[in-house]
Design a protein around this ligand. Structure first.
Ligand code: NDP
Ligand code: GDR
Length: 337
C-alpha cells in the first residue's frame, strides 16, 4: 500500500533530500511551504509536479509552523502515515539576534505539530529534527544518554521540542522519535553555514570573483556528515518497531580550520592568503566541540555513514566550482545577446 508522508521544512537542505528519498520508495509526499516574497523552492524544483499532472505524488501546501489551525486542517486532509518535522529557524548565530522568533518556530512549533496530530485524530508516526546543539557545552563524545546544556536560543528551543516529543510519546503513546543529528552538509547547504560559506568562497576565489573570506572561530570542533545519508537515518527511525531516540553522527572530529584547509587545498589554493578573522561571526556563547557516538543507530537501525569530512569538503567544493562556472557561462550568454 502506498504510504503518505508530510514534510515540514521541505524547501530546506534535509527536506529536499528526504522528499527525493521517500519518492524513490514509492511514497506520496506532501510538503509544507511557507509563503515568501521570492521563490524559495529552488532545492525541490527538479521534483516539482504541477497540479495538472496525473498521478501526482509530490504535493506542496502553503502553511506556516506558527499557524496551529492550518496544521490541524492539513493533517486532517492529508492523513499522513509519517510526519517529518524539519521546519525551523535553523541558524545558531541568527538565534541570538531573533531569540523569541526562534523559540517560537524552532521550539513551540514542534509542540504545535504534536498537538495538531492529537487534535486531528490522525494515526501517524512523527520524526522530530533534534540537534547536537542540545548538548552544547557537555564534553564529547555525546550519545543518547549525554545531558543537555544548550548554548544558544536555538539549542534551548530544540531541547524544548525534544522533550515535547518524548512527552507525547509517554503521555499519549504517540510514535514520536527524536533524531539527534550532528552537523550534516551537502552542496544544498544554506550559504551562511560555515562549510558552504567556505566552499562557495573557494569556488568564487578560484574564478576571480572574490579575494577574501571572513570567518569567526576556526577552533570549533564539529562532526560533519553528508546530508543524503542522514535523511536515510530519519526514515529508518520511523520504520523501526519501537519509538525511541537516536544520535546520528560520523564520530570523526574536525576543526573549522581543518575544513578550510581541505577545501582550499582541493582547489589548489593556500587558505592563509585569503581567510581573515571577523569577530562579527563569533557567537555570544560558543559550542566548542561536538563529536557523536552513533553506536545505537548503527546497532539498531544498521545505519552507517560512508562520507567523512575530507571527502565531504571535496564534494562541496566540486559542486560550487561547477555552479560558479555555470553562472559565468550563463552571464556570458546573456552578454552575447
Ligand atoms: P534549513 O535551514 O536548510 O531548512 C529549514 C526549513 O524550515 C526550510 O524549509 C524553511 O523554509 C523552513 N521553515 C523555517 N521557518 C518556517 C516556518 N515558520 N514555517 C514553516 N517552515 C519554516 O535546515 P536543514 O535542512 O539543514 O535542517 C532541517 C532540520 O534539522 C532543522 O530543524 C534543523 O534545525 C535540524 N538540524 C539540522 C542539522 C544540520 O546539520 N543540517 C543538524 C541537526 C538538526 P524556507 O526555505 O522558506 O526558509
Ligand atoms: P552550527 O553550524 O552552529 O554548528 O549549527 P555553523 O556552520 O553555523 O557553525 C559551525 C561552527 O563554525 C563556526 N564559524 C562560523 N559559522 C558560521 N555560520 N559563519 C562563520 O563565518 C563562521 N566562522 C566560524 C561557528 O562559530 C561554529 O562553531 C548547525 C545548524 O545546521 C544547526 O541547525 C544544527 O542543529 C547544528 O549544525 C547541528
Amino acid at each position: 500500500m502506498t504510504k503518505t508522508a508530510l514534510i515540514t521544512g521541505v524547501t530546506g537542505q534535509d527536506g529536499s533530500y528526504l522528499a527525493e528519498l521517500l519518492l524513490s520508495k514509492g511514497y506520496r509526499v506532501h510538503g509544507l511551504v511557507r509563503r515568501s516574497s521570492s521563490f524559495n523552492t529552488e532545492r525541490i524544483d527538479h521534483i516539482y509536479q504541477g497540479p495538472q499532472e496525473a498521478e501526482r505524488r509530490f504535493v506542496l501546501h502553503h502553511a506556516d509552523l506558527s499557524d496551529g489551525v492550518a496544521l490541524v486542517n492539513l493533517l486532517r486532509d492529508i492523513q499522513p502515515d509519517e510526519v517529518y518535522n524539519l521546519g525551523a529557524q535553523s541558524h545558531v548565530r541568527v538565534s541570538f539576534d531573533a531569540p523569541l522568533y526562534t523559540g517560537d518556530v524552532t521550539g513551540l512549533s514542534a509542540l504545535r505539530l504534536l498537538e495538531a496530530i492529537r487534535a486531528s485524530g490522525v494515526e501517524t508516526r512523527i520524526y522530530q529534527a533534534s540537534s547536537s546543539e542540545m548538548f552544547g557545552s557537555t564534553p564529547p563524545p555525546q550519545n543518547e544518554d549525554t545531558p543537555f546544556h544548550p548554548r544558544s536560543p536555538y539549542g534551548a528551543a530544540k531541547v524544548f521540542a525534544y522533550w515535547a516529543a518524548v512527552n507525547y510519546r509517554e503521555a499519549y503513546g504517540m510514535f514520536a522519535v527524536n533524531g539527534i543529528l550532528f552537523n550534516h552538509e551537502s552542496p544544498r547547504r544554506g550559504e551562511t553555514f560555515v562549510t558552504r560559506k567556505i566552499t562557495r568562497a573557494v569556488a568564487r576565489i578560484k574564478a576571480g570573483l572574490q579575494d577574501r573570506l571572513y570567518l569567526g572561530n576556526l577552533d570549533a570542533v564539529r562532526d560533519w556528515g553528508y546530508a543524503p545519508e542522514y535523511v536515510e537515518a530519519m526514515w529508518r527511525m520511523l520504520q523501526h518497531d519501537e519509538p525511541t531516540d537516536y544520535v546520528v553522527a560520523t564520530g570523526v572530529p574536525a576543526t573549522v580550520r581543518q575544513f578550510v584547509e581541505t577545501a582550499f587545498a582541493h582547489a589548489g589554493l593556500d587558505w592563509n592568503e585569503y581567510v581573515r578573522y571577523d569577530p562579527k561571526y563569533e557567537r555570544p556563547s560558543e559550542v566548542d566541540a561536538l563529536i557523536g557516538d552513533a553506536s545505537k543507530a548503527r546497532e539498531t537501525l544498521g545505519w552507517r555513514p560512508t562520507v567523512l569530512v575530507d571527502e565531504l569538503a571535496r564534494i562541496m567544493v566540486d559542486a560550487d566550482v561547477r555552479q560558479v562556472e555555470d553562472q559565468l557561462a550563463g552571464a556570458a550568454v546573456r552578454i552575447d545577446r
